[in-house]
Design a protein around this ligand. Sequence first.
Ligand SMILES: O=C(O)C1=C[C@@H](OP(=O)(O)O)[C@@H](O)[C@H](O)C1
Ligand SMILES: C=C(OP(=O)(O)O)C(=O)O
Length: 407
Amino acid sequence: MSVTVQAPQQLNKIEIDLPASKSISNRLLILNALSYSPHPIKNLSDSDDTEAMLRVFNSNSRAFDIGAAGTTMRFLTAYLAKIVGEWTITGSSRMKQRPIHVLVDALNQLGGKVEYMEKEGFPPLRIFGSSLTGGELELPGNVSSQYISALLMVGPYMEQGLTLNLTGEITSRPYIHLTLKLMEQYGVKCQWVDNKITVPVAVYQPVAAKVEADWSAASYWFEAVALAGKGASVVLKGLDRYSWQGDAAVAELFVKLGVKSKSSQKGLTLSNTGEVTAHFSHDFSKEPDLAQTFAVTCAFLGVPFKLTGLHTLKIKETDRIQALVTELGQFGFLLETNDKDNLVWKGEKTAPQSDIVVKTYKDHRMAMAFAPAALKTTRAFAIEDHMVVTKSYPKFWEDLKMAGFTL
Ligand SMILES: O=C(O)C1=C[C@@H](OP(=O)(O)O)[C@@H](O)[C@H](O)C1
Ligand SMILES: C=C(OP(=O)(O)O)C(=O)O
């Protein structure tokens, strides 16, 4: 299935109810379980990734399939390693290509027993849950922060607590910070000094927690306002400028692409100032999920760019570096990359292909990053397998329609 996207003439007086953050939802589900919380979580995400986590918690089975949800796979692996019993956990074909050995090695060193069921280093896993001894451990911090968050949340229940010495350049740092802040909300305070994070032996205190709106999802509305031109505006209801989500950085970053934002009682109002930078460069190692939004926005605004810090993009839902090169290429943008950690556009263009169908590669962010580009194309284009958006933003297409897009 695919959808053809046509944009409205203008974007004005639009109000959007953003989805709840899947990152916060999936952390709170683990923390609620570990604290035996009687409180339901308010505003829980309705994304596939959170549904996958809920299915596990509501199941009597010992064998779980979490689909394409990275956080669910990583957080549950650590969680199940401390719940007595024998468990298996698998996922989509892509999930079986996303490495997990850093986490598995760590759990096995901390007294756990986790085995690979197929390919060494990748899901599916067999987990023999028991009490974990814990202690001090060296761990690469430059592959995925999700391994670190997974271990930290279970850390207070390890016999000796947990001390992680992170090696390499720490990637996706704000997500680790988010984990620590939520753990603190449940009464466990850790210490993070330089590359060392220390988790005390402790017991979580249940709290009535509420999930914030998702800042990564907000990025597609910043993009739409940027591409719609001067005078465009959108209100993102209930979005708070002060958030522990690292992707809140999108607000500051989009100022360079002509979008300013202002908080009000309603939420955050985005408006287009018409002031756009001549060149955009940024290191996305703290906000990897924003890279696609910026690549597409800059290209369609005609702003040459250099995006760096993209090393984790190759092991996400798809190889996002290659996917961007190929799909922006269909529109005539000639991108360059070292195929490792950067993406560069020097402003070179050729004629776009006719009858473009954007491939999404089972990646929600490919669909959502390309849809607003319709505001800049003279011919409508299609997006393939468009319902991939349910991974994080199930009502994305409904919201676009509300904003005047024709699908
Ligand atoms: O902890 C989290 O909630 C996430 C961490 C990031 O992954 P990496 O740490 O693998 O970069 C991010 O890309 C993902 O969407 C959500
Ligand atoms: C990378 C992402 O998710 P995950 O790693 O949790 O599958 C994402 O949502 O962009």
